[in-house]
Write a protein that binds this ligand. Structure first.
Ligand SMILES: [Ca+2]
Length: 378
């Protein structure tokens, strides 16, 4: 009897899952405006292991190549390197040139990379007439790394004009040093600094932990494992973070544009919505707005952007992201920080390592294998 009861329970569960799946499928039926927009990936160029990108001056798109070069994509195609730090970085583990960013006026250019010791490093260059001035290079921030993986490395300017820097938990696996919840280290954090306000930088006065002597003043948010890619919604200013999971749950984290910072995204007490290895959910845990397991959708989330381009009206306001292991381009419909629907856009970008938002809101997909795609209407 016991066995039959269990079987019934399993069958009931399967039916429930099936009906949920049907509900999810119907949610994407063509009842405009909820229709899944038809998109295509247009290959615009090939780069050498493109790892990151940023909108540059004059409608250009700057592409970082993982081994340490930066090249500019314009109407003529992809140019020769305008910056070369290949002798200053390595590509072992998850290392290399991992992020690039401009400030709002394109007056300064920033690179984020691991140096020859594996130390996460953010350097600044002045930019004049759209060109990097190598003689102005200076190091803004460094963070030693105990292991070669989980370096984070993404850098972006927020709508507030401050530089945000994502750092992973230091690596290995399972956060062996407990860095995610430790406010006395920059590892496992999203930082917020003002590189123009001091040398090497200033701390914004309203950073959430400036009055806490036990916490690093640079911290904006914590409880992150490997926040590989994050972005700000160009329409709302909301923050979205793709935080790579340990072995079970990939997640997207969110904060509203009027956040005062200090969000605890849970790692390594939590992996997604689930206690990690017997962890206790922190009282202030901010759960992900979206998570997925590894039963087919991938194994390493690649955070993207909320689409604010004009070419694909049906995609406007949706968060576009992917997964390094899977490559399918996906989109989340969101309303005030709540995901109201998830869809598969039906195109695959290969080993998707990063997205780039061009100056007019158009989105590019970087395949670490070399392809640079633009998301276009089908
Ligand atoms: Ca989390």
């Amino acid at each position: 009897m016991k066995v039959r009861t269990r079987s019934s329970a399993i069958i009931a569960t399967i039916c429930l899952v099936a009906s949920l799946a049907l509900t999810a499928a119907f949610a994407d039926e063509p009842t405009a405006p909820r229709q899944v927009p038809k998109v295509a990936l247009t290959k615009v160029t090939t780069a050498a292991n493109p790892s990151a990108g940023a909108a540059g001056p004059g409608g250009t798109v700057w592409i970082a190549e993982r081994a340490g070069t930066v090249r500019v994509l314009d109407g003529q195609g992809l140019g020769k390197p305008v910056l070369d730090i290949t002798k200053e970085t390595t590509t072992d583990g998850e290392r290399g040139l991992l992020g690039i960013a401009f400030d709002k006026k394109f007056a300064h250019f920033y690179i984020s990379y691991t140096n020859l010791e594996g130390t996460s490093t953010v350097d600044e260059f002045a930019v004049r007439h759209g060109k990097i001035r190598p003689d102005t290079r200076r190091t803004v921030l460094t963070q030693t790394q105990p292991y070669p993986n989980h370096n984070g490395g993404d850098i972006k300017f927020g709508p507030d004009g401050y530089l945000y820097i994502a750092l992973g938990d230091g690596g290995s696996g399972g956060d062996p040093h407990g860095n995610g919840q430790n406010l006395d280290t920059l590892l496992g954090k999203l930082l917020r600094i003002d590189p123009a306000g001091g040398k090497p930088y200033a701390i914004p006065k309203d950073n959430p932990f400036v009055d806490d002597p036990k916490a690093k003043d640079e911290i904006w948010a914590y409880g992150l494992r490997n926040p590989w890619r994050f972005s700000f919604d160009a329409g709302t200013g909301d923050l979205l973070i793709g935080d790579v999971g340990q072995s079970a749950w990939e997640e997207i984290d969110w904060a509203p544009s009027d956040s005062e910072g200090g969000e605890n995204y849970g790692w390594s007490q939590m992996e997604g919505n689930h206690p990690f290895r017997g962890g206790t959910e922190p009282a202030n845990h901010v759960p992900p707005v979206h998570e997925y397991d590894r039963t087919g959708l991938g194994c390493s989330v690649t955070g993207g952007y909320v689409y604010r381009g004009k070419a694909i009206p049906g995609l406007k306001g949706q968060y576009v992201f992917s997964d390094y292991c899977d490559g399918t381009i996906r989109a989340l419909r969101m309303e005030n920080g709540k995901v109201t629907g998830a869809s598969d856009l039906g195109v695959n970008g290969g080993e998707v390592i990063s997205f780039v938002q061009g100056g007019k809101g158009e989105l590019y997909v970087l395949d670490i294998g070399g392809s640079v795609f633009r998301i276009d209407p089908a």
